[in-house]
Design a protein around this ligand. Sequence first.
Ligand SMILES: Cc1cc2nc3c(=O)[nH]c(=O)nc-3n(C[C@H](O)[C@H](O)[C@H](O)COP(=O)(O)O)c2cc1C
Length: 402
Amino acid sequence: MNILKNKKILLGITGGIAAYKCPELIRLLTQQGAIVRTVLTACAKNFVTIPTLQTLSNQPVYESVWDGMDSMAHIELSRWADIVLIAPTTANFIALLSHGFANDLLSTLCLATTSPIVIAPSMNQQMYLNNLTQSNLIKLKNNRFLIWGPGDGIQACGETGPGRMLEPEELLENIHQFFAPKIMQNKNIVITAGPTQEPLDPVRYLSNYSSGKMGYALAEAAFTAGANVTLISGPTDLTISNEIKKVEVLTAEEMHRAVFNHLDDCDIFISAAAVCDYKTDNVATSKIKKTDKTITITLTQNPDILKEAANYYPKIIRIGFAAETHNLLENAYKKLEDKNCHMIIANEVGKDKGFHSNDNQVSVITRNNNVHLKKAAKTEIAIQLIRLIHETFLREHSLAKC
Ligand SMILES: Cc1cc2nc3c(=O)[nH]c(=O)nc-3n(C[C@H](O)[C@H](O)[C@H](O)COP(=O)(O)O)c2cc1C
C-alpha cells in the first residue's frame, strides 16, 4: 500500500524564489494519493499562482485567516493536517516562527497545530549563514520543528553556498520516510561525529576540517527512523534534537572512552567522526615559543576505536567512514578489511570537497556490494544510509541465525 495514501499534508508556501517548485511538489504528492491543501503568505502570491495550486491539488488554497470556512480557518486547518510542510521557508518566516508571531494564516495555524511542522529553508547563502537566521533555526529545532535541508549549490541570485530548498523529489523522499514504519524502532545506535582535537600545548592543538554535519545528519535520520540514538561528538558548532543523547568530547582518547561506555547495549555503531590518528604524548605545559627555525614534535598513534569495537563487540553492526583524497574505492575496501566492519561509507575530501559542504556524494561498500549515492544534501544522504544500514543489520542477523 502507498504510504502517502490519504495523508493530509498542509503545504505552506512563503515568498521565496523556490516557490516555483511547489506545483511540482504538489503533483508528486497527489500522485502518491496524498491530500494537499495549500496556504500562501501574501508575498508567496508573487511567485506562484492560486489557480495553478488549486488545479494541481484539487483542493482549496488559503491565504487569510478570514478565508471562507464554517469556522476559523487557522483552527480548522491546524486540526486537519497530519503534517505541516513549509516549503520554501523564507528567512523572514523562520524569524516569525521562532518568535511565535501569528500575523497571517500560516504563522497562526503553526501556533495552533499539534501536528509536526517541517520547514525547508530557502534563501540566499548570506541570509542563511547570518547569525540571526542561525539562532532562529536553533530555536525552532529546540521547539520540535523539523528542518529539512537546505542544500548547497548555485543560487538564483548567482551566488554559491548553502540555502537552496531541497528539490521536490527530495522533499517527497523525506515525507515518505516520515510516514514510513519506524525501521529502527527499539534499536540502540551509537554515532560518533566531528573532529577530535589533540593538544600540543595550552593554546594549540592538532585537528582536521571535519564539520560533523554528516554524523549529525545520521543521528537525526536514525532518530526519525525510531532508534534510540547516542551521539558522541567532537567539537562542532552544530545542534541536535533534544531527544538525542549527546556526549561531548575533545580528544580521540576521550572519544574512545565515551564510545566504550556506550557499546554494551548497542545494536549499531556508526563511526562518522574524523578521529585524529595521532597525538603527542608530551603536551607542553606552557606555550611552545618561536625560537628555533624548525621544531620536531613526535606523534604517537591514537587508539583505533572502530577496530577495537570489532574485537570487543563482534555482534554489533559496525559502520565506518573513509574520507580519502585519492584511490577512494581501493582505500575503502582496504579499510573494510582492516577494521573488520560491515560497511564503509567512502567519500572524497579535499580543500573544497566533503567536509564543510552541506552536500555529499558517497560510495557505500559492503563485502558483497558497492552502491553509489549521487550528490545530495547530507540530510538526504543520511536517510538513504540509514535505510542501507538497516538492510545490512537485517542481513547480518539472518545470517547469524543460519
Ligand atoms: C525576487 C525575490 C526573490 C526572493 N527570494 C527569497 C528567498 O528565496 N528566500 C528568502 O528568505 N527571501 C526571499 N525574498 C525576500 C522575501 O520575499 C521577503 O523577505 C518577504 O518579506 C518574505 O515574506 P514571507 O516570509 O511572509 O513570505 C525574495 C524577494 C524577491 C523580490
